[in-house]
Structure formats: structure tokens, C-alpha cells
Design a binder for this molecule. Sequence first.
Ligand SMILES: Cc1cc2nc3c(=O)[nH]c(=O)nc-3n(C[C@H](O)[C@H](O)[C@H](O)COP(=O)(O)OP(=O)(O)OC[C@H]3O[C@@H](n4cnc5c(N)ncnc54)[C@H](O)[C@@H]3O)c2cc1C
Length: 231
Amino acid sequence: MPELPDDAHRVLDLGFVRLDGVMASDLSVANSARVSFGRRTDAMTDADRGLVRFLMRHRHGTPFEHNAFRFHIRTPIFVAREWFRHRIGSFNEFSMRYAEATDDFYVPAPEAVRTQVGKPGAYSFETVSPELAEATRETLASAYASAYSTYRELLDRGVAREVARVVLPVGAYTEFYWTVNARALMNFLSLRSHEAAQFEIRTYAETIEQMFEQHMPVTYEAWVENDRIAP
Ligand SMILES: Cc1cc2nc3c(=O)[nH]c(=O)nc-3n(C[C@H](O)[C@H](O)[C@H](O)COP(=O)(O)OP(=O)(O)OC[C@H]3O[C@@H](n4cnc5c(N)ncnc54)[C@H](O)[C@@H]3O)c2cc1C
């Protein structure tokens, strides 16, 4: 397992989120809106806080785009697939063509092994018995070990990484960088911190939400007041 970088927040069993870089402030929202009137300020005032709330309430979204959060994320491939559906943002991902896959695979904690109840569109997820949870974890670990050993065997026999990788399951960990502005981030959080989102991506979204709140507290509060709808 690769070492957890010092500034990373652990998510799931082997994943993490790091805020690799940030250029974001509530003031940038107020000033980019006020440029319409040829005005700017150097520090947040009560009027600026009111302006941010106004912009959020009336869904004037573009002033929330003049900032950037750059995240470094390690997550299972099935979570990354959900994440990459968010088109407003930039991604670069670890390549299993150019580098060998690690043997890191996601095994849910016992309490995260769940059963699906209800109809499409109205599912709920409930915990399973401790026995089934443990059996699921063991079955996954065994399938992962088998897939990874086949992967290694193919590499050893001279098969290209880009071909051998097809045997690896979506529980394999990947890494990517994601740069996103606050407007698209709020859209991501609306959808992925929501209880309807799959538990695993939601766990990442909840970690990222705290980072967003820390860097843009007025924007964050206005977004929460606005029923967490992105402007
Ligand atoms: C609970 C849940 C279940 C899901 N299930 C499925 C599923 O079964 N199958 C599936 O395929 N996907 C599924 N998705 C993914 C979903 O359809 C979206 O692709 C994903 O949530 C990204 O949302 P977005 O388009 O708003 O984000 P982004 O792509 O980041 O876009 C942000 C905003 O930009 C605007 N925008 C971006 N691109 C366009 C465009 N081409 N045209 C017009 N406006 C645009 C929209 O306003 C959009 O909201 C699911 C998502 C969730 C949260």
C-alpha cells in the first residue's frame, strides 16, 4: 500500500483526498460581481456577504467561477467513473498503460456491506448480518487476489500492461487530479453529498465539502441556505 501523504485525508480503506492547491475566496465572488459597476474591495464587508447571498439566491452563477480547487484523489475505479461524469472540471488519471497497477483493492468495512431494498428510483440500503458482511469481504478479497495474480502472470509472460489490465476489477484503486471551480463543485456536492448518492462517493464528497467550507465560508453558508442548489 502506498504511503498516505502527510496532508491527505483518509477515505475508505485505502483512499484519500488531498487539497493539492487552491485559489479561492469569498471576496473573489463579490469583486467579480461588482466589476459590473467598476468597483472592488480589498476585504469582505457585510455588504459583500449580502451580495454573495443575493447571487446565490438568484442563481447568478458566473461570479462563483473565478476560483480553483485542485484535488488529488485516490479512489476505487467505480467511484472514479461516477466522478468523471462531472464534465465541468479537469482530470488527469494514473495510467495502467504506462505504469503497473498496484494490488490495492477496495474492501468495504463490515458496516458498509449493505443490501438493496425497494424499487428502482426508491431504493434504500440496509446493513446485512455480520456473517454475510464478513463472507462478502472474504469473497471480494479472494476474487481480487485471483484477478491480480492473473494480471501479474500475463505481464510475466510478456503481455502489454494495456492488455493485462483488462482482468482487473472496478474495485481496484486509481489516482487522479481534479481541478474544479466553486460553481461546479457546488453542483458536485449537491449530487454527491446527497443521501441518494452511493455511499462510497458520498464519503469523498463529505470530506471535500469540509475543505470547500474552510476556504469559502460565506459562499458555503449561502449555498446551504439555498437548499444546497448550485447557482
Ligand atoms: C444518484 C445519481 C445517480 C446517477 N445515475 C446515473 C445512471 O444511472 N446513468 C448515468 O449515465 N448517469 C448517472 N448519474 C450521473 C448523472 O447523470 C450526471 O452525469 C452526473 O451527476 C454529473 O452531473 P452534471 O451533468 O450536473 O455535472 P457536470 O457535468 O459537472 O455539469 C455541471 C452543469 O453544467 C451544465 N452542463 C454540463 N454539460 C452540459 C451539456 N452538455 N449541456 C447542457 N448543460 C451542461 C449543467 O447545468 C450541469 O448541471 C447519476 C448521478 C447521481 C448523482
